[in-house]
Design a protein around this ligand. Structure first.
Ligand SMILES: [Zn+2]
Length: 71
């Protein structure tokens, strides 16, 4: 069943202030409701995504180095 993809495939529209269905054009994606540009994440979700990436990166690089530096 490929229909479930339709519901997952949403992006954040700043004008509508919510996740919306969007129309993908070669250059950008546009809100299905207002036609504005859409983003992958809402601002708070983007922050969460970034900080989780940083935490992951830090966890990957720091363990051996961090111990030495603090001692
Ligand atoms: Zn919109």
């Amino acid at each position: 069943m490929a229909t479930s993809n339709f519901y997952e495939d949403r992006r954040y529209c700043r004008a509508c202030k919510r996740y919306v269905h969007y129309l993908q054009s070669p250059r950008e994606a546009h809100c299905f409701l207002c036609g504005g540009a859409v983003r992958l994440f809402s601002p708070p979700d983007l922050e969460r995504f970034r900080s989780s990436l940083q935490r992951e990166r830090a966890a990957r690089t720091s363990p051996s180095r961090g111990q030495r530096a603090s001692a």
